[in-house]
Design a protein around this ligand. Structure first.
Ligand code: C5P
Ligand code: MG
Length: 178
């Protein structure tokens, strides 16, 4: 589940009343109110679960782009914690130079209004100001397992590392459940 993708899809829906709010946040490199992002994430998770499982089995999700600030974190704790357990938080380490390069390259074909130099710089500032402190708090308080992954390699390699870690995390869960 990609929270960014869910927001972009909602923004593109002419029937949505939240399109303008989402556009303003995305173009400005800021973060949307958590009520909005979590509502979309919850709905997507519920839809996926409804399709694939009965109510007695659990579904494991890989969520991209959440939590990005304290409001996101608190929103999760308030409305999701009772229903969804967080097995691990993945943090990808990539230098800003490489991120800039990737964003500009992706901007050639993505059609994303925030894949340009100006919006990217705002997103980097938002990340430093709002996301880094959240990661630090989660690491410090130790409630959730945090794993840092080296993200400078190509997409296949980064995905392979992600897949391996997920398998390890899930294997640990199964053992604990026995
Ligand atoms: O993760 P991605 O780069 O696709 O996110 C694009 C934009 O979506 C972010 O810059 C932000 O404006 C919005 N977003 C958000 N809250 C999140 C994730 C994404 O507001 N938790
Ligand atoms: Mg994303």
């Amino acid at each position: 589940m990609s929270v960014g993708d869910l927001l972009r899809r909602e923004q593109a829906d002419p029937a949505s009343k939240d399109g303008q709010i989402i556009k303003g946040c995305i173009d400005g490199g800021g973060l949307v109110p958590v009520e909005l992002s979590l509502r979309l994430l919850r709905r997507a998770m519920e839809e996926c679960q409804g399709k694939t499982t009965t109510t007695t089995t659990t579904t494991t999700f890989l969520v991209d782009g959440f939590p990005r600030n304290f409001e996101n974190l608190e929103g999760w704790e308030r409305t999701m914690a009772a229903e969804a357990r967080v097995l691990c938080v993945l943090v990808y380490d990539v230098g800003v130079e490489e991120l800039r390069r990737r964003i500009l390259e992706r901007g050639e074909t993505s059609g994303r209004t925030d894949d340009n130099v100006k919006a990217a710089e705002k997103r980097f500032r938002t990340f430093e100001r709002e996301t880094v402190p959240v990661i630090k708090r989660i690491e410090r308080e130790g409630g959730w397992r945090v794993e840092r992954l080296e993200g400078e390699a190509g997409p296949e390699e980064v995905w392979e590392r992600t897949r391996r870690l997920m398998e390890e995390v899930l294997a640990g869960e199964e053992q604990e459940g026995q």
